[in-house]
Write a protein that binds this ligand. Structure first.
Ligand SMILES: Nc1nc2c(c(=O)[nH]1)N[C@H]1C(S)=C(S)[C@@H](COP(=O)(O)O)O[C@H]1N2
Ligand SMILES: [Mo]
Length: 169
């Protein structure tokens, strides 16, 4: 080996190892609230990424005050931006399918999560949401900041009781 190779090969090995391990997610320690499936590269159970509440709350949290058709008066919702959540699992797709506990499902173009601060809310007014209160996870668009979203298209994508996000190619 030349001196050049003796120096560079180990450097390249260290570099590629750190890239390979750059993104990881831990194992859920508590009840699994969310499964992310489909076009994801960072997984913790077969080909899917499972999240409990603590894992969702370990992501950067976004707080939004919003009036919706489903609540009386303004509500404060907290949760990760869906774009941050999907980046954490190395998702790459053009469309998302949100599946609810009641088997309602709706598709959302990837563009929505880049254009708007759409969150997967884990809390309403600081409290976790029961299934009865449309929890535990609720897709919340920033209806107050972006009043043009107040129509059936975005209401239909506002899935509550979310249990799965499928990342479609
Ligand atoms: N989990 C779940 N989320 C859902 C729905 C549903 O049936 N289940 N309906 C969707 C549709 S199509 C719309 S228009 C609104 C309906 O809200 P509404 O039932 O209060 O009119 O919520 C959306 N989110
Ligand atoms: Mo709807």
């Amino acid at each position: 080996m030349t001196g050049f190779a003796r120096f560079f090969i180990p450097v390249l090995m260290v570099f590629s190892a750190s890239v390979a391990t750059a993104q990881q997610i831990e194992q859920p320690q508590d009840t699994v609230l969310l499964t992310i499936s489909g076009e994801v590269s960072v997984t913790n159970a077969d080909d899917t990424a499972l999240f409990d509440l603590a894992m969702l709350e370990a992501l950067d949290q976004h707080v939004t005050d919003v009036e919706t058709p489903w609540h009386d008066g303004p509500q404060q919702f907290t949760g990760p931006r869906i774009i941050d959540l999907l980046n954490a699992v190395g998702a790459a797709g053009s469309e998302l399918r949100f599946v609810a506990i009641n088997d309602y499902a709706a598709n959302m173009p990837w563009d929505d999560i880049e254009a708007f601060d759409v969150i997967l809310a884990t809390r309403q007014n600081g409290e976790t949401m029961s299934v009865r209160d449309k929890g535990p996870l609720f897709v919340i668009y920033p209806f107050n900041q972006n009043p043009e979203l107040r129509n059936e298209v975005y209401y239909g994508r506002s899935v509550w009781q979310v249990k799965e996000i499928q990342v479609l190619p």
